[in-house]
Design a protein around this ligand. Structure first.
Ligand code: HAM
Length: 417
């Protein structure tokens, strides 16, 4: 095998120490916060039938058209590695009884999109997402955004920005599309090539085109809310009023449309300044997705974990715990090895982490202790065994003393647990 065969595929990464400690900390904190709001975890399969995604995200979306890892399996089934979490959750909800239709669930795990890898864009990335199922209600949308902010502040992120917009009710879809097309007709020739195509296929996406010339045209358009029915505008006003009442800062961005078709009413994106061009750290919104003859309604969001970790590192957040072991046991001579293993088991039963070393020089074993960041080293050779003693070295203080087994247990338990 060439050495490149040992590397992960392009756009995918091994995640390991020390980075993994911040991941684990963020995940543990997320679980605590989600519990406070009544969410429980769901683990849906990574692989689903392709239509689970194509039907819910929308056939004309970039994700479905260009980014899915899809293949036919040996049975001729069309399958796709999940590019996001909402569609799988909705399949799970639709498969259950009525009691699932107002569930609150969260998920954490890898997602797959065959994008061109670049800073902030990976082919396997991780999302932490939450979905609150149930009928549209501005209170629930606002609470979902508030929970997300709670999560970010618990993680230690200070500089996040919430951008908010509405897609209107499902009944507004056609009027919004027609209104936008009509307003764009006089500028059609000036739109970029992509937007010329979007004009027919998915006119909403013209609004978030990154090209400056298209941006200038979009500036002159009436806001999307002007094409919506009064009820939809009132719904959006209420979401904003609740967020203001909860003292959650946000900015309305009339150009924010989100790239997936399932959204209706509130949509949002959360950005962080440290992320560069791909500055969306998290995104969410309310949706209605038809599956197995049911329409599943809900509101939710997904946080991009790689981007979040990058933002946490930029803000100087450090994990509270690493993988340093408490105790390193140095064994001098073959005969003490088994006794030291028994000692190690007794320490672990008391919640003290330890490793037994041996079969190499004392110097090499001490180097191992240093590398592992051990707080204490226990040294036991044949002489100590005979005397019923062991040497205990405090690696921080540097002092060393001979102790009996009960003394070691009492002293380490006091200092380490
Ligand atoms: P999304 O905007 O496609 O929404 O993805 C959410 C977040 O995942 C993004 O803001 C970004 O942080 C991260 N992300 C997306 N693609 C990549 C990538 N290629 N590399 C690294 N990070 C990426 C959704 O997935 C919706 N399911 C969110 C949602 C849940 N809406 C309602 N419920």
């Amino acid at each position: 095998m060439a050495s490149s065969d040992f590397q992960p595929l392009q756009g995918m990464s091994d995640i390991y120490a020390p980075d993994i400690f911040l991941w684990q900390q963020a995940e543990a904190q997320a679980r605590d916060i989600l519990k406070l709001y009544g969410y429980s975890e769901v683990r849906t399969p990574l692989l689903e039938r392709t239509e689970v995604f194509s039907r819910s995200l929308g056939d004309t979306t970039d994700v479905v058209q260009k980014e899915m890892y899809s293949f036919e399996d040996r049975g001729g089934r069309h399958l796709t590695l999940r590019p996001e979490g909402t569609a799988g959750v909705v399949r799970f909800i639709a498969a259950g009884g009525a009691e699932r239709l107002d569930a609150r669930v969260y998920y954490m795990g890898p997602m797959f999109r065959a994008e061109r890898p670049q800073a902030g864009r990976k082919r396997q990335f991780h999302q932490m997402g939450a979905e609150c199922l149930g009928a549209p209600d501005p209170l629930v949308d606002a609470e979902c955004i508030a929970m997300q902010r709670h999560l970010f502040s618990t993680w230690g992120l200070k500089d996040t920005r919430i951008q908010l917009n509405t897609r209107g009710a499902p009944e507004d879809r056609d009027t919004v599309r027609d209104g936008l097309r009509e307003a764009l007709v006089p500028h059609r020739e000036q739109l970029c090539e992509d937007c010329q195509r979007r004009f027919d296929a998915n006119v909403l996406r013209v609004l978030d085109c990154k090209k400056k010339s298209c941006g200038e045209i979009v500036e002159q358009l009436p806001p999307v809310t002007s094409f919506m029915q009064q009820e939809s505008r009132a719904y959006f006003d209420e979401v904003q009023a609740i967020l203001t009442r909860l003292e959650i800062p946000f900015a309305v961005n009339p150009r924010l449309v989100r790239g997936l078709d399932y959204y209706a009413h509130t949509v949002w994106e959360i950005t962080h300044h440290a992320l560069g061009a791909q500055d969306a750290m998290a995104a969410g919104g309310r949706y209605g997705i038809a599956m197995s003859g049911k329409t599943v309604e809900g509101v939710g969001f997904a946080v991009g974990m790689e981007r979040t970790l990058q933002a946490l590192q930029a803000e100087g957040v450090e994990p509270a715990e690493g993988d340093a072991v408490d105790v390193w046991i140095v064994s001098l001579g073959e005969d003490v090895l088994q006794e030291n293993m028994i000692l190690a088991m007794a320490l672990r039963e008391r919640g003290i982490s330890c490793r037994v070393d041996g079969r190499r020089s004392m110097k090499a074993q001490m180097r191992g202790a240093n590398r592992a960041g051990a707080s204490f080293v226990i040294i036991r050779g044949e002489q100590e065994m005979k005397e019923g003693l062991m040497q205990v070295k405090d690696m921080q203080e540097g002092d060393q003393s001979a102790m009996t087994l009960p003394e070691v247990m009492a002293s380490l338990q006091k200092k380490l647990t």
